[in-house]
Design a protein around this ligand. Structure first.
Ligand code: ADP
Ligand code: MG
Length: 139
């Protein structure tokens, strides 16, 4: 079933000049970018996006990281896009990520881990709508 998921190439990966490699991995896996914007998040934008993690000890540092430079924020569309993207990404901690995954290749540590991907249909709906209006998505 064709689905949409929100993906972010985080500031660490943009700084490392690996946007092209990550986009290539999405496209090769059948995940088509149908909306994208290069943006530097404001603090309130990052805090709202990660509101679910507000009580976590890493929340403040995570928001500082996400505002530290431009990110490539996009909507990916394809069969089982949510799960497929999580598989491409690998585990949150790059040290534990499977070989061949984006985080294994480009992540630095559990915080600076190169990419974001929605983790469920409900999350994807919220996250896509958080950054994009219907008119900005080419499905
Ligand atoms: P994922 O991005 O794999 O869905 P989470 O939703 O648990 O992971 O966490 C969101 C983001 O917060 C992670 O991608 C990472 O950047 C950061 N993060 C998660 N756990 C930690 C931690 N223990 N210490 C620092 N940063 C963390
Ligand atoms: Mg998550």
């Amino acid at each position: 079933m064709s689905e949409r998921t929100l993906a972010i190439i985080k500031p660490d990966a943009v700084k490392k000049n690996v946007m092209g490699d990550v986009l290539n991995r999405y496209e090769k896996a059948g995940l088509k970018p149908v909306a994208m914007k290069l943006m530097q998040m404001s603090r309130p934008t990052a805090e709202g996006f990660y509101a679910v993690h507000k009580a976590r000890p890493f929340f403040d540092s995570l928001c500082t990281f996400m505002c530290s430079g431009p990110s490539l924020v996009m909507v990916l569309q394809g069969d089982n896009a949510i799960k497929k993207n999580r598989e491409l990404m690998g585990a949150t901690d790059p040290a534990k990520a499977e070989p061949g995954t984006i985080r294994k290749a480009h992540g630095t540590n559990i915080e600076f881990n190169a990419v974001h991907g929605s983790d469920s249909p409900e999350t994807a709906k919220f996250e896509v709508g958080y950054f994009f209006s219907g008119m900005e998505i080419f499905g």
